[in-house]
Ligand binder design. Structure first.
Ligand code: BES
Ligand code: ZN
Length: 645
């Protein structure tokens, strides 16, 4: 019975998490009355029982096989048996073949252990239960991955920039690490790791560990990650990768054709590290490198420790989209250093990070740009809230409320979370709030915590320390409430107001803003110009905009993700060829899902979407494929089993 309830709540949770920053479909609401895990710190997305036994260190010995599209090898866990009565180690797996399980005896010899691999659950994968009556200090699992592993993408040479060598990369967040390593796949467990990896000699292998910029490319690599990390930060990539430094501790890994452009685009990274250190204390991970992935990467960025994985779609030549780097870097404090203990507390990672990101942008590029980005995000939040179920509009669920959590990955976690911190900053002043946040990162460094721990810490170190500024009720309204509190600070951006005026004038009588104004517009102003357009425009209006600004065929994905859906809704099919090319070239969900969602609203668009998807699919990452399939199935009224996003 308990297991059924657990799965039910997990189903609701994942059903809602259609994709990061993509609003949840309206029907994907948490079921009122569905029971969440009783303990707020319990992770409904993992079978592991970390209260009984916990992994403190992981040693991987892996071989990458590009022909078979598999990883095979062993994972060895150093274990801390916390519960005196525990004799079982429960691991998460998905689509893994388990070859053997052994435990190390007191005499140092390895003996086989009994184990059971349960039938697969479509959301959680297969529970691996290992019998360890001797409570071995080390257990070793030999396994191989499936070519369809949800956390890996294997690319043919044709799908890379250089076109000569194959490429592979992992994306473990949220629950895909289990598809390439059997482990306790919950962020409440932190472990250090080492890895020995073999690959074809011409492939460079990188991991979320101590990559050596001077490493010899010989097909045999060793890694060490001495800081304890949660499983979703385990990462690997391999391909024709070269390094270009930005500073002594930072640089870019990319395919040779891309690396210099990337290093130029991200040239401010060292400055970003320095301003974040000044605000929030030392960078504790030694190197900070970035790996530019092929355009099929399903996200914008992933904060894998020491080496953020980055979409090439932010390399536009003018540094206008580098807030993504500020974001992934900020996770080195909020997320990687202080981590949510369950994905239900996503705002602790993404909200705090979005706030820190904005502070970095302000320090480096000024308040005007920071405010523009804030307003753009706040408008996306308002739009997102409209089609979101009530429950999903809260940052977190009260510990005593027995309903499943809503979508952890909408604008709520990011932008309402950041807005909440802006509110605290405004009330307490930076002179009090900055040291508070710095103290929070220090106090909980290398720990995983739930929202309730954040609240208790804020109560003691902010509310009680500076009485009369913010009440407990206000704090809880921000966290547990389902609206934007009236106490929300109003941020206005004069340049964006000018854009509003320009748009309104054009909509009223067709007068476009003067060239002298638009020539000076930043990317953010253009995005805001498009964001504020009505749902549909006339053909003439679309054609006029296109003639003036050449939106169709844009190389800027942020423009494309706004222009093409508007074109679809307006029936402006002039864009179709360029739009289809964009959908085939790019796999980043945030950029292409709005187009698919717009297309599937009408039968003709649905047919077009299916046609493009059929061609694009071989190049898409499994996560993107899952999202597109779900959008098409929803439009066709077909029920498909929930899979992890
Ligand atoms: N950690 C997230 C990506 C993520 C979240 C992957 C949840 C899987 C599940 C990353 O830091 C992120 O937020 N990326 C954003 C970019 C950012 C600038 C908002 C993205 O990919 O769009
Ligand atoms: Zn993030």
């Amino acid at each position: 019975m308990r297991k059924t309830l657990l799965l039910l709540s997990a189903a609701a949770l994942l059903a809602a998490s259609a994709c990061a920053r993509d609003p949840a479909p309206a029907d994907a609401t948490a079921q009122p009355g569905a029971t969440a895990a009783a303990d707020p710190a319990e992770d409904a997305l993992s079978y592991a029982e970390p209260g009984k036994v916990t992994t403190t260190a992981l040693a991987l010995d892996l071989a990458l096989d590009f022909d078979q599209r598999t990883i095979a090898g062993t994972a060895t866990y150093t274990l801390d048996w916390l519960d005196d009565a525990a004799t079982e180690l429960v691991l998460d797996t998905r689509d893994l073949t388990i070859e053997s399980v052994e435990g190390e005896g007191a005499d140092g010899s390895w003996q086989p252990l009994q184990y059971t691999l349960a039938d697969a659950d479509s959301l959680l994968g297969s529970k691996l239960t290992i019998e360890a009556p001797e409570r071995n200090a080390s257990i070793r699992v030999a396994y191989r991955t499936s070519p369809e592993a949800s956390g890996l993408q294997w690319l043919t040479p044709a799908m890379t920039e250089g076109g000569k060598q194959p490429f592979m990369f992992s994306q473990s967040q949220q629950i895909h690490a289990r598809s390439w390593v059997p482990l306790q796949d919950t962020p409440s467990v932190r472990f250090t790791y080492t890895a020995h990896v073999t690959a074809p000699a011409d492939a460079m292998v990188l991991m979320s560990a101590d990559n050596d910029p001077q490493a010899e490319r010989d097909g045999d690599y060793s890694f060490e990650m001495p800081q304890p990390i949660p499983s979703y930060l385990l990462a690997i990539a391999a391909g024709d990768l070269v390094f270009e430094p930005i500073s002594a501790r930072s640089g870019v890994w990319a395919e040779p054709a891309m690396v210099s452009r990337a290093a130029a685009e991200f040239a401010d990274t060292e400055k970003m590290i320095e301003v974040t250190e000044q605000l929030y204390g030392p960078y504790r991970w030694e190197r900070y490198d970035m790996l530019v992935l092929p355009p099929s990467f399903p996200y914008g960025g992933m904060e894998n420790p020491r080496i953020s994985f980055i979409t090439p779609t932010v390399i536009v030549g003018d540094k206008s989209l580098v807030s993504l780097i500020a974001h992934e870097l900020a996770h080195s404090w909020s997320g990687n250093l202080v981590t949510f203990s369950t994905p239900k507390d996503a705002w602790l990672n993404e909200g705090v990070t979005s706030y820190v990101e904005n502070r970095i942008i302000e320090e480096l590029y000024g308040k005007e740009l920071a405010d523009m980005e804030f307003v753009i995000a706040r408008n996306a939040l308002s739009a997102g809230l409209e089609d979101m179920p009530e429950q999903a509009r809260a940052l977190a669920i009260r510990p005593d409320v027995r309903v499943a959590a809503g979508d952890p990955l909408t604008e709520v976690a990011y932008d309402k979370g950041a807005w909440f911190l802006e509110f605290l900053e405004e009330r307490f002043g930076r002179e009090a709030f900055d040291p508070f946040l710095r103290g929070y990162f220090d106090h909980f460094a290398f720990q995983s915590i739930p929202t309730t721990t954040f609240i208790a810490y804020a109560q003691e170190h902010l509310l009680d320390k500076h009485p009369g500024k913010v009440t407990r009720e206000e704090l809880e309204e921000w966290i547990y409430g389902t609206t934007i509190p009236d106490s929300a600070p109003e941020i206005v951006s004069a340049p964006l107001q000018a854009v509003d005026d320009a748009r309104a004038a054009w909509l009223a009588d067709g007068t476009l803003p003067p060239r002298s104004a638009t020539d000076a517009w930043s990317t953010q102003e253009w995005l805001h110009f498009l964001d504020g357009m009505p749902q549909t425009l006339t053909q003439e209006q679309m054609a006029a905009l296109d003639a003036a600004y050449e939106f169709t065929g844009t190389r800027n994905g942020e423009v494309a993700m706004r222009w093409y859906p508007l074109a679809v809704r307006s029936g402006y099919d002039v864009v179709n060829d360029d739009m289809a090319a964009f959908m085939q070239r790019v796999g980043r969900r945030k950029l292409i899902m709005p187009i698919y969602h717009a297309l599937v609203q009408a039968p003709e668009g649905l047919a077009f979407a299916k046609d493009v998807f059929a061609k694009a699919r071989p190049g898409y990452h499994p996560i993107t494929t899952g999202s597109v399939e779900a959008a098409i199935a929803a439009a066709e009224g077909v029920e498909i089993p929930q899979v992890a996003q």
